[in-house]
Design a binder for this molecule. Structure first.
Ligand SMILES: Nc1nc2c(ncn2[C@@H]2O[C@H](COP(=O)(O)OP(=O)(O)OP(=O)(O)O)[C@@H](O)[C@H]2O)c(=O)[nH]1
Ligand SMILES: [Mg+2]
Length: 449
């Protein structure tokens, strides 16, 4: 039999705290703690005194959700308590003394999943919803929680299952009474499924930024105005700015929102050939590390002086990284020198002045351009690595099926790849996911969820 689990569902602070109890013993435990003889009416809040032995502990609003009409699909009791740390802690102790056990991370959601209340994509959407800190990540999580993403995967899965069924029925047809499927038809169907999977998988490059934030590194030579740019973008004096080169040593990180997107901005030590001391040398090493970890590099140059050989060398380094890069010509308020930088025209660039604020809006648009462009008509995106990997694996299987089909390998062979692809799609929504993998997924959820 399932244990009855309990946990605090609300965070620190506030006037009211919510404690959740779920499992077959919920009603019995509630009766014992409130001294009520009758079961409360489901889905109705009741003001009850909760007793610690014979002494009252708190007056709480209690709601009973009868199985299967609850979040977990089990009998659930929710206690809305006065949020004193003592009351919260003592109630949990009492619940455990009466037979409940403390829930593991995500255990309520895991039970909801196991009882068919939601699929794995919806459950992960729920987890993301709680963590969402801005409008874009909130929408992404809502689409997932609402089942829109699952519905899209199910449509793809259905088309593939139908094709597979048609192939398999012919594999069983030893007397060859059925009309064979033409290779063109099979290819057309596989390609259609493949294109839907690719379209969804492609949204990950942007979906993950929306969820986790776009890691952006500000790099450049000393004194080009990197710290000034960080300050201008975050809107306050976060990093030290001075006219001495080599001011910034350690990396300075700040999270902000630009056009509704989460951006994790890192200011770095200026990179030059010779460091003055070991601390600056270490700072420069950290600059390179930040650049390697970044999704987007902002290469800052002082536009009032010619590009130096050191900057040209750094520019080669940045280009070798092969990642999204924007060139920022800073100090636009001063007279401009010739912007002599190899292949600069192939990169998006902004002329800004951190001093006057000129060009900063345009730079912000460039920073979030990828995200804005990638919004599909219905805005459906994936942002979860597990979903992305499942789609990629399904894609590989379908590509192998196409190769086998091309090589006239016969239905048995390519059907195997189609079955493989189907399994990955089923895994994505949790239909065939092994228990230990589920345990790992739900352990990343927060407490009390
Ligand atoms: N005129 C003008 N001066 C600027 C602008 N941006 C920065 N500065 C000045 O340039 C100097 C260097 O700025 P910082 O932001 O400290 O430069 P940095 O790239 O962080 O320098 P390091 O930390 O030493 O690598 C300071 O004196 C700033 O006031 C600008 O847009 N216009
Ligand atoms: Mg600096």
């Amino acid at each position: 039999m399932q244990h009855t689990i309990c946990a605090l569902a609300t965070g620190a602070g506030g006037a009211v705290a919510l404690v959740r109890l779920s499992g077959p013993e919920s009603c019995r435990i509630l009766g014992e703690l409130t001294h009520l003889s009758a079961q409360p009416e489901p889905r109705r809040q009741t003001l009850c005194t909760i007793y610690d032995g014979t002494e009252p502990l708190d007056k709480a609003l209690v709601t009973y959700f009868k199985a299967p009409h609850s979040f977990t699909g089990e009998d659930v009791v929710e206690f809305a308590l006065h949020a004193s740390p003592y009351i919260k802690g003592r109630l949990l102790e009492l619940l455990c003394a009466h037979g409940a056990v403390m829930a593991k991370r995500g255990e309520f959601s895991q039970r909801a999943f196991l009882n068919g209340k939601m699929d794995l994509v919806e459950a992960q959407g729920l987890c993301d919803l709680i963590a969402s800190g801005n409008k874009a990540s909130h929408k992404l999580a809502m689409d997932s929680l609402d089942g829109k993403l699952s519905a899209r995967v199910s449509e793809i899965k259905k088309r593939l299952s139908e094709l597979l069924a048609q192939i398999e029925v012919r594999l069983d047809d030893v007397d060859e009474e059925m009309t064979p499927l033409s290779d063109e038809f099979v290819r057309g169907e596989i390609e259609a499924v493949l294109s839907h999977i690719k379209a969804l998988a492609d949204t990950f490059s942007v979906g993950k930024y929306i969820k986790d934030g776009l890691k952006t590194a500000i790099v450049g030579a000393p004194n080009s105005g990197k710290s000034s740019l960080l300050n201008a973008l975050v809107g306050f004096d976060r990093a030290i700015v001075s006219d001495q080169s080599g001011t910034t040593r350690d990396t300075v990180e700040e999270t902000l929102e630009i056009n509704g997107q989460k951006i994790i901005l890192t200011d770095t030590a200026g990179i030059r050939e010779h460091a003055l001391d070991p601390a600056e040398k270490e700072g420069m090493r950290r600059s390179h590390r930040a650049m390697e970890a970044a999704d987007l590099v902002l290469f800052v140059l002082d536009s009032s002086r010619p590009v130096t050989p050191e900057e040209k060398e750094l520019w080669q380094d940045i280009r070798r990284q092969n990642k999204r890069t924007l060139i920022v010509w800073n100090k636009a308020d001063l007279t401009a020198a010739a912007p002599d930088l190899e292949e600069a025209e192939s990169y998006a660039a902004a002329r800004v002045s951190c001093k006057t604020g000129e060009g900063l809006e345009a730079l912000k648009q460039l920073i979030t351009a990828d995200v804005t462009e990638a919004q599909t008509a219905d805005g459906l995106m994936i942002s979860n690595l597990r979903h992305y990997e499942a789609l990629l694996r399904a894609q590989t299987e379908l590509e192998s099926a196409l190769i086998r089909l091309e090589a006239q390998a016969g239905g048995e062979i390519y059907a195997e790849h189609l079955r493989g692809a189907l399994k990955y799609l089923q895994d994505l929504i949790g239909e065939v996911t092994p228990d230990d993998v589920l345990g790992i997924i739900f352990s990343k959820f927060c407490m009390g969820k």
